[in-house]
Design a protein around this ligand. Sequence first.
Ligand code: AMP
Length: 286
Amino acid sequence: MWTAKTVADLRRQRLALKGRIAFVPTMGALHAGHIALVEAARGLADHVLVSIFVNPTQFAPHEDFNRYPRPIERDLAMCEAAGVAGIFNPGVDDVYPPAVPPCDVSIPSMAGILEGAIRPGHFAGVCRVVLKLFNLTQPHVACFGQKDLQQLRVIEAMVADLNLPLAIQPVPTLREPDGLAMSSRNVYLNPEERRHAIGLSKAIKEGRALIEVGGESEPLRVEAAMRQVLLAHHIQPDYAVVRHPTTLAPLDSIDLKLTHGVALLVAGRLGSVRLIDNVLLDEGQR
Ligand code: AMP
């Protein structure tokens, strides 16, 4: 497995690769959820490339960019064990040369809702870095976790609208045995917060049961129930919503057939730690 530390190194390594390339962009601090993306990627291509880059443009000034975990040696060992061909692990100035004026890439319909409302500028930062990474790695397919559903939808929209020549492969969320979605940010939780964090997956489970078992068709009632579960677990909700599965727009009523499923999304804070979770209900359910 090679590691490219600069754009020039990566370009050189990429030129030497023949066959199909699958790409997995990450910010490092890898866990089994990231490795599930690598495994999905291996099934889709001859070589898997992984980027490990904590991207400053997707963090707001008050967010956790500086304290974001960076266990690079452990990350490299996990990638090597998972059969990754090459790593791109650049420095910030290499990705964003100070002399180059920034380009704005965004999906306006998604930029201001949910994560975009709470983290202004976040998706413009995500789009800009992911577009750069696609241009550098030139993959045939790129794998993204459903864990970050809005990010997945934003990237799918960018690829479709800009006619980018690659496929996007969604990968289901990997969870801890108690249901907590795996996340690099889970390491910030103290033992008490870790116990309460299960409220996120419980909230979406509750919403799911109301719709699939109870036949609830009123989004506000499902949203209120999910919010209650978050609060009962001492999670300060940012949102607990029922949305269209692709546009993530609000719905007047829940009709899985009409909208080809729905998405339930929750986000909340446990102390200083912010966590998100979601589930997609498909139209096969009532
Ligand atoms: P991050 O390093 O947090 O930017 O995540 C890199 C990629 O891993 C994104 O596509 C995430 O959606 C995905 N990912 C993060 N957590 C999980 C998980 N628990 N299961 C599956 N994919 C995940």
